[in-house]
Design a protein around this ligand. Structure first.
Ligand SMILES: Nc1ncnc2c1ncn2[C@@H]1O[C@H](COP(=O)(O)OP(=O)(O)OP(=O)(O)O)[C@@H](O)[C@H]1O
Length: 312
């Protein structure tokens, strides 16, 4: 879907991105992560030509991005950023409708789409569509920013620290929304973050950058279990790697199916990292597991945390 071939960007004689090769498949959730100044935002902005690359080729859907008009690229790619960039004198509805208006969608279709997106992001349409950005909390503004990026159902969603500056609870709930939207829509997503747990929770593929170069790329499990060098190991936190691996597994996949146990159950979708916390805080070695509808599916055994999943 998006390919970088030997791409470099040089600012004032210094490369911000150097000889970058990336292949982002359609439908894939790619997370760009790295130290501050490693070139993450520059890489993202080169995709929709907010920054023009100096060397190499960037292909979108098979064609060099210079063959597209920047406006066309930006209509086909939603873009959400930390500072949100909502228009202050426009209502929530007008902000979300920016691209559909440009595309001259009929009024009724725009209204329906705004309602649909507000519902998707858990904002009550009747209460929020007429409000102005200053009448919203920071988290609500970020939700509207994400809704705006999704409005015209873009082929690609580009996000630069979209959940930055949020409290951990709101951040976790927006992360869950994005994961759900990605699963439902099957859209290609490229997200920049410096939050390792966010990257591990969301990514199909992580691209770790340092000083404008890719140090390693692969699935979260691959980077945690087969780090290419000491930098990668240190970046993901040597002592913490086991705990981070637990965050990649779900209780449902590790539960012994068919077993039953009374007591307060945990959800099948709970990560093994959270389950570990439950084992310790409840001082138990067995936890009943239920599915989304609350039906019992089995029992998670403490000792099974370190075994491969029954099915994953
Ligand atoms: N417009 C610009 N002019 C000059 N230098 C720039 C410009 N934009 C970025 N740079 C430089 O390019 C390098 C990469 O910047 P970039 O913003 O891509 O990094 P980043 O990984 O997104 O960093 P952070 O996590 O701090 O946001 C940095 O050294 C930065 O100072």
């Amino acid at each position: 879907m998006i390919q970088f071939q030997h791409v470099s960007k040089i600012f004032h004689g210094k490369p911000a991105v150097e000889n970058l090769n990336l292949n982002i498949a359609e439908g894939e959730f790619t997370v760009l992560i790295g130290t501050s100044g490693s070139g993450k935002s520059t890489t993202l902005k080169m995709i929709n030509r907010l920054i023009e690359h100096d060397q190499g080729k960037i292909l979108f859907a098979g064609d060099e991005i210079h063959s597209f008009k920047p406006q066309e690229l930006r209509r086909r790619m939603g873009y959400a950023i930390q500072s949100i960039g909502l228009f202050p004198h426009w209502t929530v509805e007008q902000n979300i409708a920016t691209v559909p208006q440009l595309l001259k969608w009929p009024k009724a279709k725009i209204r329906d789409r705004v309602s649909e997106l507000l519902a998707l992001l858990h904002l009550d349409a009747d209460r929020f569509r007429g409000r102005y950005p200053h009448q919203l909390s920071g988290g609500q503004q970020q939700r509207v920013g994400v809704a705006r990026a999704l409005a015209a159902d873009p082929e690609v969603l580009l996000m630069d620290e979209p959940f930055g500056a949020l409290d951990p609870v709101t951040r976790a709930s927006l992360q869950a929304e994005i994961a759900r939207i990605h699963q439902l829509s099957g859209r290609t997503v490229v997200l920049v973050t410096h939050d390792i747990d966010e990257a591990l929770a969301l990514a199909d593929r992580i691209v770790l950058l340092d000083q404008g170069q890719v140090i390693q790329q692969g699935s979260p499990r691959h980077l945690l279990t087969r780090p290419a060098n000491a930098f990668v190991r240190d970046f993901f936190g040597r002592s913490d790697i086991g705990i981070k691996l637990l965050a990649l597994g779900a209780a449902g996949a590790h539960a012994r199916k068919g077993e039953r146990l009374p007591g307060k159950p945990i959800a099948a979708a709970m990560t093994l990292r959270e389950a570990l916390s439950e084992f310790v805080s409840r001082q138990t070695e067995l936890l009943p597991v239920v599915d989304e509808q609350g039906r019992p599916i089995g029992v998670l055994h403490f000792r099974d945390l370190v075994k491969p999943a029954v099915e994953e």
